[in-house]
Design a protein around this ligand. Structure first.
Ligand code: PMV
Length: 348
């Protein structure tokens, strides 16, 4: 399947709400973009810098009033959970899916000092467990929707922070790059101990291609695997982490300067480093080399690896050829632009 998704204009979201969800004036809709880690995943967990781009695939969350109980519903999975006075009364088997959202509701309610009930409807364009930041985007959009529902005036920093608490429920100890890029949008260079800098990037001549291997994996498991290898071979891998940090800084610089060829070369190098820490496999290598042979400027694993997606950078005129080659071996291929806009509450 091939998807070319344009920017989602406000009108479309409004119509979507009216026709698909049964919008009323009391409803709040928020959305947040998915992401791709261009360079630096895994190394970012050990406080090296990494570069991430927000992508034009969004998670949308609607919050509305509900009498006497909270209801969580995912349109993607067609699964629901109902909680009445702190007790699950329906959909208990779906608890893992909604745990992060329950954590968000707890935090927001405490901040608001109010506990009226709500229904949350999640509808995301971002494929889950594919390295495209689906869980973070859902968390960020949920914080924004519930915050507005409870009349809180949350700053972006708070939205990102609360979403990070939800991410911890799923991923253990994530670096925080996913919730940050989804909140702020655009392109960022991120470092755990220092926060992030937004990069001024103009990538008009290129597109970001993502090819999903279709192999599911858990980010937390992959992070643990890499951590163990790093502990076992610290003398060998420490310098490699250091190199990854330099690589991310160089990539940020190349993005600001619009040096596309250099970005590609650095992506390819970064792929080698990710192979070295053990997160590649035959399918991911096949996808990476197919993209390069079809003309990508650079291609690498993105996100946790072990499955999930690869990212390729391509000149617009080459993208169709690359996409069609990847489509032969990937479960899904996306050709996307950077999303300048981060989290957004859609005023109704
Ligand atoms: O594959 P994803 O989207 O879950 O990204 C994981 C990125 C890691 O660097 C491997 C982990 C992290 O917390 O940053």
């Amino acid at each position: 399947m091939r998807l070319f998704l344009p920017n989602t204009p406000l009108k479309e979201i409004f119509l979507y709400a009216v026709f698909k969800l049964g919008w009323s004036e009391m409803d709040v809709i928020a959305s947040a973009p998915g992401k791709v880690i261009l360079v630096g995943e895994h190394f970012v967990v050990e406080n090296e810098p990494a570069v991430a781009l927000a992508l034009e695939l969004r998670a949308k969350v609607l919050a509305r009033e509900r009498k006497g109980e909270d209801r969580y519903y995912s349109r993607n999975f067609n699964k629901a959970l109902t909680v009445r006075q702190g007790k699950i009364v329906q959909g208990g088997e779906n608890i893992d899916l909604f745990r992060p959202l329950i954590r968000i509701a707890e935090i927001i309610r405490e901040k608001a000092g109010e506990d009226s009930n709500f229904e949350l409807i999640v509808d995301s364009e971002i494929p889950p467990a594919s390295g495209m930041g689906s869980s973070a985007a859902v968390a960020v959009a949920t914080v924004a929707a519930l915050g507005k529902f409870y009349s809180l005036d949350l700053a972006r920093e708070e939205i990102s922070q609360i979403a990070y608490e939800a991410e911890k429920v799923v991923h253990g100890k994530p670096s925080g790059i996913d919730n940050t890029i989804s909140t702020y949008g655009g392109a960022i260079v991120f470092r755990k101990s220092e926060g992030f800098i937004r990069l001024n990037v103009k990538l008009n001549d290129v597109v970001i291609i993502l090819a999903d291997s279709g192999i599911p994996r858990r980010t937390g498991d992959m992070v643990l695997k890499v951590k163990k290898l790093k502990e076992k071979y610290s003398e060998i891998l420490d310098p490699l982490y250091h190199a990854a940090g330099h690589l991310a800084i160089e990539t940020a610089r190349a993005l600001q300067e619009g040096d596309i060829v250099k970005i590609g070369e650095l992506m390819n190098m970064n792929h080698g480093l990710l192979s070295a820490v053990g997160v590649s496999n035959l399918k991911l290598e096949e996808l990476v080399f197919t993209a390069r042979q079809a003309g990508a400027i650079g291609a690498k694993i993105t996100g946790a690896g072990g499955g999930g997606s690869i990212v390729a950078l391509a000149y617009r005129e080459d993208s169709e050829r690359i996409v069609s080659e990847l489509e032969k071996i990937a479960s899904r291929v996306f050709s996307l632009d950077i999303a300048e806009e981060g989290v957004k509450v859609h005023e109704t």
